[in-house]
Design a protein around this ligand. Structure first.
Ligand code: ADP
Ligand code: MG
Length: 226
């Protein structure tokens, strides 16, 4: 009964996530719809039209950013549980983020020991995409983001460390809170999504950060028993 309850609880987390995605994307789309309707009016000046257009474009951009935070790896039947090769999955995420890191002049340094665990590849990748992306965004030119994976005993631990701007105590306390963002165009959803995914996969996480010095996110999962 207990394991059944846990399974149900997990399904609930997944459907909650799905519900919040549609909610998050619907908001900017509704704004776009509204401004498109306004633009149809005949007596509208070119200047106003331009303004409406810019708002609509910004909202569409926001919808895209929300999709990036939630659904980069979306596939049908995401609840599939499979054997994950942690090092391969992280390698994929890092490869995918290389152009983004280059844009920021940031180098990703990966040290990945092989390890296998049970989980869902799509969620796993989304989780670390969001974490590593935050590390890159916090780091300025010439900086590095370190991604480390090592297994010991029964757990695999993944450490994402940056030497970027870090967080104040107040910011750290709000890390993972929906909509909390210090970025001009942040969604404030990436960290929340990562945390939910870690918890969904029975993992644990810890974040350490110091303003001006950098941030370290440590995530652990149970290894697949052989
Ligand atoms: P977003 O990236 O859209 O702002 P997130 O939920 O991904 O939203 O992150 C929330 C906030 O947490 C960020 O705006 C930033 O203030 C802080 N944060 C997250 N990761 C880091 C990091 N590695 N270094 C510094 N601040 C971070
Ligand atoms: Mg983010």
């Amino acid at each position: 009964i207990r394991s059944k309850a846990i399974k149900l609880e997990k399904m609930e987390v997944v459907s909650q996530l799905a519900a919040s995605i549609s909610h998050e994307i619907r908001n900017p789309l509704t704004v776009v719809k509204g401004f498109m309707q306004l633009m149809k009016a005949k007596d509208i000046s070119a200047e106003t039209k331009e303004q409406y257009m810019n708002i609509a474009l910004e909202e569409l951009n926001r919808a895209c950013m929300i999709i990036d935070d939630y659904l980069t790896f979306a596939k049908p039947f995401p609840e599939k549980i499979e054997t994950l090769h942690v090092e391969r999955e992280l390698e994929k995420v890092i490869d995918m983020l290389r152009p983004f890191a280059n844009m920021y002049g940031v180098q990703i340094v990966a040290t990945l020991m092989p390890a296998t665990m049970e989980g869902n590849a799509q969620y796993f990748r989304q989780c670390f995409l969001n974490i590593i992306k935050n590390g890159i965004e916090a780091t300025t030119n010439g900086g590095k983001v370190y991604v480390d994976a090592h297994a010991d005993g029964k757990t695999v631990t993944i450490v994402v460390r940056d030497e970027g701007e870090g967080m104040t105590k107040e910011q750290l306390a709000r890390f993972g809170e929906p909509y909390f963002s210090t970025k001009e165009k942040g969604t404030g959803l990436g960290a929340m999504v990562s945390i939910r995914i870690i918890e969904m996969m029975n993992g644990t996480w810890r974040i350490q950060s110091e303003k001006g010095r950098g941030t370290t996110m440590t995530v652990s999962f149970s290894l697949l028993e052989k």
